[in-house]
Design a protein around this ligand. Structure first.
Ligand SMILES: Nc1ncnc2c1ncn2[C@@H]1O[C@H](COP(=O)(O)OP(=O)(O)OP(=O)(O)O)[C@@H](O)[C@H]1O
Length: 254
């Protein structure tokens, strides 16, 4: 098995004025794993995944994907490289429909004559695909996939964002608090979907404050503290209270 990280970062620094959100931060995502990232509020977890997914520019450091240095100018550039991210803010367009949100910027077109500049959107195929992906998530309580996202509940919106990432992430899927807005049943479906993405051989970065969820699905846990990676622990060898003690600084990892 190839033990080189798929996604790797060394010495990341991100400053917002006087605040240093990432302070010489390292990161490694191994092939096929679910890596949880945990840390206190303000520890810099979101900044880390934004740096990895092109949503913010880093001040210092290096990121490699499959061993090649990368510098994503935008989330779109990261997406083109196969890195799909669900941000806490979800990045959905409320006025657009569910299908339009799933395909935003990568619409499928009907086959056309070679060289023809305009090809019609293949709406039927996109709708069937969107319906499939949502039903995999158990989200077919949504009656109409042409309805605007702004008419959905918070949990349903989260489901659309997660389904989109799971459907299109070909190298890495990053989920920032994917179960935060969800009830017990919906959370369970998201956890199942995470395991399903893993079974397709795609590694996942899961940022979560929910320790039972983290310990249920993660292969390794990156503990983030004060803008950097404090340690990486194996959930089979550490308890939840250990993990919380490390991230709050109550206990030092050995
Ligand atoms: N756009 C911004 N402008 C100024 N400061 C920011 C900005 N984004 C983040 N920060 C600061 O950087 C630090 C790290 O924030 P970040 O959101 O990465 O932490 P986090 O671990 O994801 O926190 P949480 O668990 O609360 O989401 C915090 O002190 C935060 O206030």
């Amino acid at each position: 098995m190839n033990r080189e990280p798929i996604l790797k970062a060394r010495g990341l620094v991100k400053r917002y004025g006087r605040v240093t959100a990432l302070d010489d931060c390292d990161f490694d995502l191994m092939p096929g794993e679910i890596l949880a990232v945990i840390g206190d509020n303000g520890a810099g977890k979101s900044s880390l995944i934004k740096a990895l997914s092109g949503a913010i520019a880093i001040d210092e450091g290096e990121i490699t994907l499959d061993g090649q240095p990368v510098s994503f100018a935008s989330p779109l550039a990261a997406r083109d490289a196969g890195i799909e991210t669900v941000y806490q803010t979800l990045a959905l367009s409320p006025a657009l429909s569910i299908v339009e949100n799933m395909f935003m910027g990568r619409e499928w077109r009907r086959p056309g004559l070679a060289g023809r500049w305009f090809r019609a959107l293949d709406r039927d195929r996109m709708r069937a695909f969107a319906r499939d992906k949502l039903s995999e998530l158990g989200l077919m309580t949504i009656q109409n996939i042409d309805q605007p996202v702004e008419t959905l509940s918070g949990g349903q919106r989260q489901g659309v964002a997660v389904a989109r990432a799971a459907a299109f992430g070909s190298r890495v899927v990053i989920l920032d608090e994917p179960t935060a807005a969800l009830g017990v049943k919906e959370s369970r479906r998201v956890l199942e979907l995470i395991l399903d993405v893993k079974s397709r051989g795609i590694p996942i970065i899961l940022i979560s404050h929910n320790m039972p969820h983290v310990f249920e699905v993660a292969d390794r846990i990156h503990v983030h503290r004060l803008g950097r990676r404090l340690c990486v622990i194996d959930p089979r060898e550490h308890s939840m209270s250990d993990a919380v003690a490390y991230m709050t600084g109550a206990k030092a990892p050995h």
